[in-house]
Design a protein around this ligand. Structure first.
Ligand code: AMP
Length: 474
């Protein structure tokens, strides 16, 4: 199917051709005809599937009858409102709108917080057909009477799940109450939590449903790896992976702003070109950092989930989860930063001993069997190495060229006898530790001379106890 077959006007076709869009993505092919009919739409779309064009192109098609070059503000009332959870996503959508309207006299403006309101107010006063906004700043403009929403015919709630996660529900309900009842509402969400369904029931009229990918699915174009590693060595493994895998560009996700700052400092010390982005950074700095990442000047971007929301970098080859996210939906969003619009990508997650719960939640949500693996050279202290006899077991991931087996100073055995150790297939709790073993762990007697001796699994002992002493134990 072509864009022409979807019934898009030549001005829009010309603009998207210049962007290199040759044919509609599945979400576009499914959503565009439905939006053109004027019906409400509930769309489950993964990040990076082309969902912005899926709502924006038919909106423009429906707005083109109002296109005019008049200088009078009255000739340009706000007819389409696009709500986004974050400034970055709003900015990204506005960039797309600018490109799609290159050959149409339809005006737009983007309004978000953290920057001076005056230029936004000025643009709104001059009149615009399309407003892309974050909820809080939009309400500021409503209060200042710099925007009137009584002519809005089309509303888009983009990444609605994230808007709810970020606590925007009251703002959204308030905005919805300001809009004409007769309008078209389009709701896009990567995941459909019950609250989203409730919002749809309350504010949409028998919406059409479009679901091109399985709900909560991860992008199949993305190769996923879960590497087990001690928390304290994560940053070393990350540096190592960036260098040995020759990652040209990577976004690294951390759970907290502080985590982002610390990791950025550490990676800088390792000589990498890296910057941080999170909610405490000034908006100007955030946009500058994003611009230098998008242009390829910056190699590593360390970010929180919120800051990287909606970030669209074409051909981003790698995403790293420095920590697994607490909300499994964030995993889907995070790894959706790579493998966009049909490209392939790699998502690597560094999993510490205490992150088994998060991995289980991700596996359950995405219906995938995600197998954690140790990395040779960064073997986690909590994952036992199987005996060399475990021939059938798969080899661990080689973080670097495998080191030749060296002789141990103590007993003449290879220092890493388990180069073929079975990677542990469970999630790092104490039960999981035992689960990866070829044989039960040998037991050692410990205790001070004279005290009662007790037997514990050698695996549970600090390393010094595990070295075979000439006396066969203490
Ligand atoms: P989105 O999911 O809207 O963030 O889009 C992801 C990326 O795909 C953006 O860089 C879009 O410009 C690009 N894109 C959207 N539609 C198409 C298309 N039909 N063909 C090629 N690229 C597209």
């Amino acid at each position: 199917m072509s864009f022409a077959e979807l019934g898009l006007t030549p001005e829009i076709q010309r603009a998207i051709e210049e962007l290199g869009y040759t044919q509609p993505t599945p979400i576009q092919a499914a959503a565009i005809p439905k939006v053109l009919t004027g019906r409400d739409l509930l769309a489950a779309a993964q990040t990076g599937t082309g969902k912005t064009a899926a709502f924006m192109l038919p909106i423009l098609e429906r707005l083109k009858k109002f296109a005019n070059s008049s200088a009078s503000p009255a000739m340009h009332p706000v007819r389409a409102l696009i709500l986004s959870p974050t400034r970055e996503l709003a900015d990204q959508i506005a960039v797309n709108v600018a490109a799609y309207t290159k050959y149409l006299p339809i005006k737009h403006v983007v309004v978000f917080g953290g920057v001076n309101m005056d230029p936004q107010t000025e643009a709104l006063r001059r009149g615009v057909e399309i407003v892309v906004a974050t909820p809080g700043r939009l309400l500021d403009h409503v209060q200042q009477k710099s925007i009137h929403l009584n002519k809005v015919e089309m509303l888009v709630l983009d990444e609605a799940d994230r808007m709810l996660d970020m606590g925007f529900i009251n703002d959204i309900r308030k905005i919805l109450s300001l809009l004409p009842k007769h309008r078209q509402t389009l709701l896009f969400s990567a995941t459909f939590a019950p609250e989203i369904k409730k919002l749809a029931e309350d504010f949409m009229r028998t919406p059409e449903l479009v679901q091109v990918a399985r709900q909560n699915a991860t992008n199949e174009q993305v190769e996923q790896h879960i590497y087990q590693v001690d928390a304290g060595r994560k940053r070393h493994l990350l540096s190592h992976l960036i260098k040995t895998r020759q990652m040209s560009q990577v976004i690294v996700f951390c759970r907290t702003k502080q985590g982002v700052d610390t990791l950025t400092r550490d990676l800088k010390r390792d000589g990498l070109s890296v910057e941080a982005i999170h909610g405490d950074k000034a908006q100007g700095v955030r946009l500058e950092t994003l611009a230098s990442f998008k242009s390829g000047d910056l190699r590593v971007l360390v970010a929180t989930d919120v800051a990287a929301r909606g970030l669209d970098v074409s051909d981003l080859p790698y995403v790293v989860n420095f920590e697994l996210p607490n909300a499994p939906e964030d995993y889907v969003h995070r790894i959706g930063r790579t493998g966009r619009a049909g490209a392939t990508g790699v998502a690597i997650s560094l999993m510490g001993e205490d992150e088994g719960r998060q991995l289980e939640a991700i596996a359950k949500l995405t219906l995938q069997a995600l197998k954690p693996e140790p990395v040779e050279g960064f073997w986690p202290s909590w994952v036992p190495r199987a005996k060399p006899a475990a021939e059938a077991a798969p080899a661990p991931v080689q973080a670097a060229a495998p080191a030749p087996a060296r002789k141990s100073a103590t007993n003449g055995a290879p220092r890493h006898p388990s180069a073929n150790a079975a990677p542990v297939g469970t999630y790092g709790n104490s039960a999981g530790v035992a689960a990866g073993l070829a044989e039960p762990a040998p037991r050692r007697a410990i205790g001070r001379p004279g005290s009662r001796r007790r037997e514990v699994s050698a695996l549970l002992l600090p390393p010094r106890y595990k070295v075979e002493s000439p006396r066969g134990g203490r």
